[in-house]
Design a protein around this ligand. Structure first.
Ligand code: PAF
Length: 282
């Protein structure tokens, strides 16, 4: 595997490759990331990965400084997966001057849910993803459904800017007890790790309630409220548990619910100091 940090060297290395499959990451790789590499291989060749902890997508009080950086272990894992090129730029390589041009997603998608609780997050994600796509110029790029809204924001960005890349969604990989794999799980104490499974358990209960009967916009609100209260009673600090339409992540109207609109329930909640997110398609 070639490890490249400079944009020009990357372009030289990938010249003539027009079927590359790209997986951008922030490192600290786990089975979830490795499943993205395997899916990438099914959709293109060679597989190109990137590791870059992108300062632009972290708020001032978020975990940029303590975000786990495990470069050597990551390299070993990517080598085993047969990744051809690892693009691992420094901040100077990717942002040699202040990144003044930024991509701002539309409010109706970028400022709801994660965008409401993490101002600037999607602007930072879109800006770095556009830049990485421009550096790698892949045929396809793979993103996990664990970050459901991020996947949708990126897909829309590529569509609206007519970028010549197909965005491939990858299923969430879970631990045996159901907790979605995430680099931030490493922040949890052992007691918190045991409790963390309640997030997906709560989403499953929400799913069951929705399956039980005809929903209205009002009953959806009640279910969301009850789910938040249930987590709060266990010591969590929920940002949101929200049932939305899969197609645009907006709330469904009574009419849409009657017409069996496809839904997804999304959640973000803090357990101690660790903020976890998850979602379940209904
Ligand atoms: O999901 C992530 O790891 C990051 O948001 C991404 C897509 C690599 C952009 O920094």
């Amino acid at each position: 595997m070639k490890i490249i940090s400079n944009i020009q060297d990357l372009r030289d290395q990938l010249r003539g490759q027009n079927r590359a499959a790209f997986v951008p990451t922030m490192g600290n790789l786990h089975e979830g990331h490795l499943s993205l590499m395997r899916l990438a291989r099914q959709h293109g060749d060679p597989v190109v990965a990137s590791i870059f902890v992108n300062r632009l997508q972290f708020g001032p009080n978020e975990d940029f400084d303590k975000y786990p950086r495990t470069f050597e272990a990551d390299v070993e894992k990517l080598e085993k997966e047969g990744v051809y090129v690892l693009f691992a730029p420094t901040e100077k390589d990717l942002y040699p001057e202040p990144q003044e041009y930024r991509v701002e997603p539309p409010h109706n998608l970028g400022k709801i849910l994660e965008g409401e609780f993490r101002p600037g997050f999607f602007q930072g994600v879109c800006t770095v993803v556009l830049k990485l796509l421009s550096c790698v110029q892949p045929k396809v790029a793979v993103f996990g459904k664990k970050d459901y809204q991020q996947l949708m924001v990126i897909r829309q960005m590529c569509h609206q800017l007519a970028l010549p890349v197909d965005i491939i969604p990858a299923e969430t990989i879970r631990a045996d007890d159901g907790l979605a794999l995430s680099s931030r799980n490493g922040y949890l104490s052992s007691d918190e790790r045991a409790e963390a499974v309640q997030l997906i358990q709560t989403l499953k209960q929400v799913q069951e309630k929705i399956h039980q009967g005809q929903m209205s916009a009002e009953s959806i609100l009640q279910i969301e409220k009850a789910a938040c209260a249930q987590l709060a009673a266990r010591g969590w600090n929920p940002d949101y548990i929200s049932i939305r339409k899969r197609k645009d992540l907006l709330s469904a109207t009574d009419g849409e619910l009657q017409a069996n609109e496809q839904l997804v329930v999304l959640a973000a909640a803090k357990l101690g100091k660790t903020r976890l997110i998850d979602n379940l398609e209904i």
